[in-house]
Design a protein around this ligand. Structure first.
Ligand code: CO8
Length: 421
């Protein structure tokens, strides 16, 4: 993993911990004196840099819940139907019978108890096993944009911002509904936002990587107010027919408003002290669906055209990467993991989060230190750590530090260190 530099705001902000906000503009010489950055670099990198806050978050929650019991019942009916259909081949030994899923396994292996989905009947139909969405015309708002607009309006309301005050929209998610025009541009238009928009995808780290882009855009002065949206319609690219993964994902959309601290007026603000993104290639989580499929004459229903993973390998390999990433990022700000009030971690697996926290602070990952939302939402790809931040921060006080961190396919790890103002 590449190293990282402290953001120019970080050191000043930490030295002011609990003492309110100090604007960053013109603080270069101070940073140079305390020796964190070389004088030239400090002068260049801090001149005209703005302090940045997260001033609002929003959540779109789909209307339907699928419990583990409902999911397993539908899956096991699918297994019965498949095994009956292929009884001869199974009896002849030329085909392996499918095996039942179980609620006990799902809860023990993952910590997931239910998931939200936009459409439920298709997923639970054992003759179908994927959601049923009506195709929309080019003149209608697309589904991804619809849920993004819902979450965005809530985030903007929380920040006390009007859509027209937004000057950039980043749509960051594990899958985009279409190739182009960019989802972000449709969302920008539907909201009535200004500036520009673009899409980005780093699978489960899309949201934190987008927050880094938003942070950089605002602190550099290029943008004043950036909206990051994470519409995750995971139900449309999960393989519901595979018992190894059919329980993992849920649909949701999160939105985050990132803006200049000196002009933010919202009632609740979190200063961004620094961001750090890192990637390391792995095939252990992969989906080969893409625009080349047709030209390659490949089967659009083949197993490799939906989500698949080597879950156990991912678990083992990503835990140490994530823990080291967070520790190193905090160290660049001279913060120990034990100084952090809350970790809003990626929500893929309860055991993974417990291990990451154990490596970081040496103790249990209780709700106080690393709140869990995957029990109710399941894995929501990039949105998971943002949902945790959205739902579990009201009790923190001015000066408290927190880390939003995602990890997953790529491999990718993204962290955002924040301080309550
Ligand atoms: N019911 C009963 N038994 C089962 C089931 C089931 N549903 N599934 C598997 N088993 C069996 C297996 O066959 C195996 O049996 P045996 O021992 O006889 O071979 C046994 O249970 C153990 O199986 P596993 O080794 O697979 O079980 P694990 O304990 O490893 O748990 C998990 C599986 C829960 C998947 C776990 O490995 C895990 O969570 N790993 C981490 C994965 C992770 O973090 N992934 C990140 C992915 S998210 C991301 O990056 C975004 C991607 C883009 C979004 C895509 C949206 C669709």
């Amino acid at each position: 993993m590449p190293g990282c530099q402290p953001g120019p705001g970080a050191v000043g902000a930490l030295h002011q911990r609990g003492a309110g906000h100090v604007p960053l503009v013109g603080r270069g010489p101070v940073l140079a004196k305390i020796g964190i950055l070389g004088p030239l670099r400090a002068d260049i990198s801090t001149a005209n840099m703005y302090s940045v806050v997260i001033s609002g978050t929003g959540l779109y929650q789909p209307p339907h819940v699928i419990t583990n019991a409902e999911l397993v019942e539908a899956f096991n009916r699918y297994v019965d139907l498949q095994n009956a259909e292929h009884a001869e081949a199974i009896a002849a030994g030329s085909r392996e019978p499918l095996v039942y899923s179980s609620v006990e396994f799902i809860e023990k292996a993952s910590g997931i108890k239910q998931r939200y989905v936009i459409e439920k009947a298709g997923v639970l139909d054992p003759t179908r096993m994927y959601p049923r969405f009506e195709e929309r015309g080019d003149d209608q708002l697309s589904l991804m944009a619809e849920i993004a607009v819902d979450a965005a309006r809530k985030a903007l309301a929380a920040a006390g911002r009007k859509p027209e005050e937004v000057d950039a929209v980043f749509c960051a998610a594990a899958n985009m509904q279409r190739a182009y025009p960019a989802m972000a541009v449709e969302i920008q238009a539907a909201l009535g936002a200004g500036g520009y928009g673009f899409d980005m995808n780093v699978a489960c780290s899309s949201a934190t990587f987008a927050l880094e882009q938003a942070y950089n855009a605002v602190r550099s002065g290029a943008s004043k107010c950036v909206l990051v949206v994470n519409p995750e319609i995971t139900s449309a690219h999960l393989e519901w027919k595979d018992r190894d993964c059919h329980f993992i994902f849920g649909d949701v959309c999160t939105a985050v408003v990132v803006e200049r601290a000196d002009t933010a007026t919202g009632p609740e603000q979190w200063e961004i002290l620094g961001t750090h993104s890192a990637t390391q290639f792995s095939n252990n989580i992969r989906n080969n669906f893409g625009f080349m499929n047709k030209a390659e004459d490949s089967d659009p229903d083949a197993r490799d055209k939906t989500f698949r993973q080597e879950g156990r390998k991912v678990f083992k390999e990503v835990v140490p990467i994530a823990a080291a990433h967070i520790e190193n990022h905090l160290a660049t700000l001279h913060v120990l993991p034990t100084d952090v009030s809350r970790f809003w971690l990626h929500q893929a697996n309860l055991g993974m989060n417990q291990l990451v926290i154990k490596k970081l602070v040496g103790g249990e990952a209780g709700a106080q230190i690393a709140p869990l939302i995957l029990d109710t939402y399941a894995n929501t790809a990039s949105a998971g750590s943002v949902i945790a931040f959205h739902e579990h921060r009201a009790d923190l006080r001015t000066g408290d530090l927190g880390v939003i961190c995602s990890f997953g396919a790529g491999y990718s790890v993204g962290s955002v260190i924040v301080k309550k103002r």
